[in-house]
Design a protein around this ligand. Structure first.
Ligand code: ADP
Ligand code: ZN
Ligand code: ZN
Length: 806
């Protein structure tokens, strides 16, 4: 007998596999999806290995192979193990990223009437118990989930367990039904030749069976047709078709049809552009590497408008030529029809799309078609990295610095790191592209881990076009001059200028920065934590300042510690307020607001963008969204309303993020013949993250930033793990966090692990979310995961390895 180690899809935190015996005659291999008994349930599992001996004495048999069979490849199993080890998540969570859409099936708990239920006349029942009994008499089966919804979890569970112990009801589990299947369509075709059909038609008309005759006529004309279409056109009953079938005149057939997320009908084929010299240089390096199967990673650092996409497109063509396939990842927000078109038009009918907004049926069909090798290129957001693309030879990650590449629930992977691991397992080439690379990526490129490709010049509107000119406005000077409004004199002048010339403007405002930091209105000084050099957060309830990294606390000072001015206060401004002010200052301008509040509907992003493109608005006001890959040639002015608010977030990446956002939004200006200009308003004009944007100088920003990272031992000079404990009670929450810290320190000591900083516990940046409190601990060191893998972590903790926000 042999045994299988199985990773089981159980909601209980399981970071291990379970041993099962393989019944004689059952054919099982590693990677196979199986049904296994687990307690009193039957659950899905993935076989991770076949063993001669089980890990425990008593084993149960594997129930069955899941149909249709699914077998994950050795590489996929290795990848899942790596994700589970590195991100400290349950193995099945890691495996589930690779399963077909709709594959996972939950188990549903039901209660049923017990044997002598009908005869029983139970007494002393609570109101809920009586209600349950009544419902059971009507329905004979109730889902416990539903009962929990109507009575509340605790009440429902108490009532159910009491009824079970009184032998009035029983409980059992069933697997939820399959949510998605291949779509079949029924077709009808003639079973006889056309001469015979002619004759039959005459005969049928003579017999006044006109409908039957019409069906045959229709089929003579159209050949095979969808049954639903025939029935609609002719308006005939099912009976008519049945009669024709039984006479052997027509045949009914079923075919698989594929649900397609988009149609190629309106997409025109595009061909390669002639590369500019810098594109050519970058492309040549990639081409050689692809041909040599070196599995290298490139960092393509190209300014906004340098034509990175054309390099991707030609690299993809090259990979296809070599018989390889590819995956292209873009941030969720840029996965617009325009982006998809750019790829689909170059490789007609060869591009699949995967993202969360597709219907389950579309996802299911795309997944299976990809697995069958039907597409050369898969394009998608984050999760598309797990597409079952055979012969994977190239992975492109556009805007690689984007935070949305980090998954925010288990498994909390970073797409870039998963991509690198997949590339390593498949010897695939990776291209990471960005105008403002992640500081860690650039560091890796500098260190030789990635190959750096630079494209410092724009191609739009023509080769060698300059990047837009950037001007900085010192808001403190505005205040001194008596201007307390949102718009500096320069920005107001330039907006009027653009309006007069019938050009368009974008006003960018980073709302995430409206957190409640405290700033001096005279000198711009922001109150910072003396330990962490992140800004302190203002808590209005007790009028104190708090560091959300180390929990340092202090009273809000009455005077600015830098200049002694009493005019210190917390900052706050929203896009809606900005819109009102803009309307008041430029009454004739047509405004358009683009932020998460103005985009609730499905197509609202597209609608806003279309309106602006059609020049039905003059000024677009927005948050992060307006910074992303928009190519709007009529935009000549970009105004950053307040650049430094993001700098004051309690996060060591605040400067990097601010620099990236400002650079990206600045890149929206001047893509047309009319050129462009960027105006940045700030209280901190000397700040290096602001200074570097003046000349679009990534190198200068990087040099300073990497120096700070080194001094403060932040990534890439260390790794971070964020541990968050969530509880409805703030005191319990803080206590558990305190206990965990002690345990961590103890384990560190007893395992002889040194050089790991345990920061906190402190309240999380958003301390209270949906009614529950969150306290966090940050681990910082060369390999903090080693420490965590040594302890068992209670329920309620969230472990985030390499967090993107603190
Ligand atoms: P990036 O992604 O680097 O910001 P894009 O790839 O969006 O830049 O390119 C900007 C514009 O330049 C696009 O309209 C694109 O079609 C055009 N473009 C890119 N490469 C070339 C080229 N070699 N010749 C002509 N136009 C090009
Ligand atoms: Zn001051
Ligand atoms: Zn601190």
């Amino acid at each position: 007998m042999s045994y299988a180690e199985v990773s089981v899809n159980s909601p209980v935190y399981h970071n291990r596999t379970f041993s099962y015996s393989i019944p004689d005659g059952m054919d099982i291999c590693p990677g196979q999806a199986v049904w296994v008994p687990f307690g009193n349930k039957t659950l899905q599992g993935i076989v991770t290995s076949i063993e001669k001996l089980p890990a425990v004495e008593e084993t149960r048999d594997i129930g069955a192979v899941i149909e249709p069979p699914l077998i994950l490849s050795t590489q996929q199993l290795k990848l899942a193990q790596w994700i589970s080890d590195y991100y400290l998540c349950p193995l099945f969570d890691a495996l589930s990223t690779m399963l077909p859409p709709g594959f996972e099936r939950r188990t549903i708990a039901y209660i049923y009437p017990a044997k002598d239920f009908e005869k029983s006349q139970p007494s002393n029942l609570t109101a809920e118990q009586t209600k349950i009994i009544d419902l059971l008499r009507q329905k004979n089966r109730l889902s416990i989930k539903d009962l929990e919804k109507s009575f509340g979890v605790k009440t429902a569970q108490a009532a159910i367990s009491r009824l079970i112990s009184r032998n009035l009801i029983t409980k059992s589990y069933e697997t939820a039904p399959i949510r998605v299947k291949p779509k079949k369509e029924t077709y009808i075709e003639l079973a006889i030749d056309s001469a015979a059909a002619e004759e039959e038609i005459q005969r049928l008309y003579a017999k006044r069976a006109a409908k039957q005759a019409e069906v045959l006529e229709f089929l003579m004309e159209s050949g095979t047709a969808a049954l639903s279409e025939v029935r609609k056109k002719i308006g005939c009953q099912t009976e008519t078709i049945k009669t024709l079938t039984s006479k052997g005149l027509v045949i009914i057939k079923e075919y698989d049809v594929k649900r397609q997320p988009f149609s190629y009908d309106e997409i025109k084929k595009s061909s390669h552009l002639k590369l500019t010299a810098q594109q050519e240089a970058a492309f040549n390096e990639i081409q050689t590497s692809l041909a040599d199967n070196k599995g290298e990673t490139f960092l393509l650092h190209g300014v906004t408008g340098s034509g990175k996409t054309e390099v991707y497109l030609q690299a993809l063509a090259e990979a296809i030529k070599l018989g390889k396939r590819a995956i292209v990842l873009v941030p969720e927000i840029s996965l617009t029809p325009q982006t998809i078109d750019r790829f689909a038009s170059r490789f007609p009918y060869r591009v699949a799309v995967i993202h969360s907004k597709l219907s389950l049926g579309e996802q299911f069909d795309q997944w299976h078609q990809i697995q069958n090798g039907q597409y050369d290129v898969v394009i998608g957001a984050r999760s598309a990295i797990f597409a079952p693309q055979p012969q994977l030879g190239l992975i492109v990650i556009d805007e690689e610095h984007e935070w949305t590449y980090k998954q925010d629930n288990s498994p909390r992977y970073h797409t870039r790191d998963v991509a690198l691991k997949i590339a390593e397992l498949n010897k695939a080439t990776v291209i990471l592209g960005s105008a403002t690379p992640d500081v860690s990526s650039y560091y890796n490129a500098k260190k030789g881990k990635y190959r750096l490709l630079e494209m410092p010049e724009r191609v739009t509107p023509k080769e060698g076009s300059p990047l837009p000119r950037v001007e900085i406005v010192d808001l403190r000077e505005e205040l001194k001059a008596g201007n307390t409004g949102i718009f500096s004199r320069l920005l107001e002048y330039e907006i009027n200028n653009a309006l007069r010339k019938k050009e368009q403007a974008i006003l960018f405002f980073n709302r995430r920065g409206t957190s409640t930091f405290v700033q001096c209105r005279d000198c711009g000084h922001v109150l910072q934590c003396p330990n962490c050099y992140v800004s302190l957060n203002y808590h209005s309830d007790n009028d104190f300042l708090l560091c959300h990294q180390c929990n340092y606390k202090k009273r809000t000072p009455k005077k600015c510690p830098a200049c002694g001015s009493p005019r210190i206060k917390y900052m706050g401004l929203g896009t809606q307020k900005l819109e009102q002010e803009t309307a008041a200052t430029f009454p004739r301008a047509r405004l358009l607001r683009w932020d998460s509040d103005s985009t609730n509907g499905k197509d609202s992003h597209k609608n806003i963008l279309d309106t602006f493109k059609k020049r039905e608005a003059d000024i677009l006001i927005g948050t992060q969204m307006v910074a992303k890959g928009l190519d709007l040639p009529n935009v000549t002015l970009v105004g950053v309303v307040i650049a430094d608010s993001g700098l004051n977030l309690p996060d060591f990446r605040a400067c990097e993020r601010t620099f990236q956002l400002i650079s990206q939004v600045a890149g929206r200006a001047g893509r047309g013949e009319a050129g462009g200009k960027v105006i940045i308003q700030t209280y901190m004009p000397e700040h290096y993250a602001i200074q570097a944007t003046i000349n679009h100088d990534y190198a200068a920003f990087y040099a300073q930033e990497i120096d700070y990272r080194k001094q403060l031992k932040n990534p890439p000079f260390s790794k971070l793990i964020k541990m968050t404990y969530i509880h409805a009670n703030d005191v319990v929450c803080a206590k558990e966090a305190e206990r965990m810290k002690k345990q961590l320190l103890f384990e560190m000591e007893s395992n002889g692990l040194f050089g790991i900083d345990v920061l906190g516990p402190s309240p999380a940046f958003i301390q209270r979310l949906r009614g529950r409190y969150r306290w966090q601990i940050i681990l910082r060191g060369a390999n903090p995961g080693e420490l965590l893998s040594k302890i068992s972590i209670p329920q309620g903790w969230i472990i985030d390895v390499d967090p993107v926000g603190l």
